[in-house]
Design a protein around this ligand. Structure first.
Ligand code: TYD
Length: 203
């Protein structure tokens, strides 16, 4: 059976990490083999990017163009190391963030066509779900989590990123993108996402 590459997207605090775990359980219950992963990846480039983002919150932020290239480099490295082998083995790969994150976040600082171009070698996801959450709701969830913020976790920027998500979701290069209202309770959101995902997966 061919693999299925599913991506979850949203602003910081939109619940994609929780929803990825719940989707993984749904797919497993439906008999699929699931690989759950994320970007920035846990590989060497992704680990470096996470460190740069943490440093950027307190010190000098990395040049936006350099960061965009690092996110894109991590993506190709992540595909080669983890995603492509899992898909080739027939797994459902659930990835927390992918190309649309780069368009939405790096597109807040850079020409989006440049960001799209440097990501042109990354394979298209079979389905991207944008979990759309209001900025104050997402901020409250981040505060409840109590983790140290990275350099993007500022409400004004999150509002811009959210607008970018809505604007760039329709870019043809991304393939199938569905927007889901993520403001409700986690159970409701899970059901809405699963309904959208299952239809595409079984098609
Ligand atoms: P995130 O998923 O929030 O990691 P964690 O849950 O460990 O904090 O990702 C870290 C940040 O990276 C997040 O603010 C979004 C940002 N990001 C980009 O700006 N561009 C990208 O291409 C990706 C994948 C993430």
């Amino acid at each position: 059976m061919a693999g299925f590459f599913l991506v979850l997207e949203g602003i910081d605090g939109s619940g994609t990490t929780t929803q990825a775990a719940r989707l993984a359980a749904r797919f497993t219950a439906a008999g699929a083999r699931v690989v759950q992963t994320c970007e920035p990846s846990r590989g060497p480039i992704g680990t470096h990017v996470r460190q740069l983002l943490r440093d950027g919150a307190t010190g000098t932020p990395t040049d936006p163009g350099a960061l965009a290239l690092l996110f894109a480099a991590d993506r190709l490295d992540h595909l080669a190391r983890e995603v492509e082998p899992a898909l080739a083995a027939g797994a459902v790969v659930i990835c927390d963030r992918y190309v649309l994150s780069s368009l939405a976040y790096q597109g807040a600082f850079l020409d989006v066509d440049f960001v799209e171009r440097i990501n042109a070698r990354a394979r298209r996801a079979d389905l991207t779900v944008f979990v759309d959450v209001d900025v104050p709701t997402a901020a409250a969830r981040r505060a409840a989590r109590g983790l140290p913020a990275d350099q993007y976790e500022v409400d004004e920027l999150q509002a811009r990123v959210r607008r970018n998500y809505a604007a760039f979701a329709a870019r043809p290069a991304l393939g199938d993108v569905r927007t889901v209202d993520g403001n409700g309770g986690m159970d409701d959101v899970e059901r809405t996402i699963w309904t959208a995902v299952e239809t595409v997966w079984r098609a």
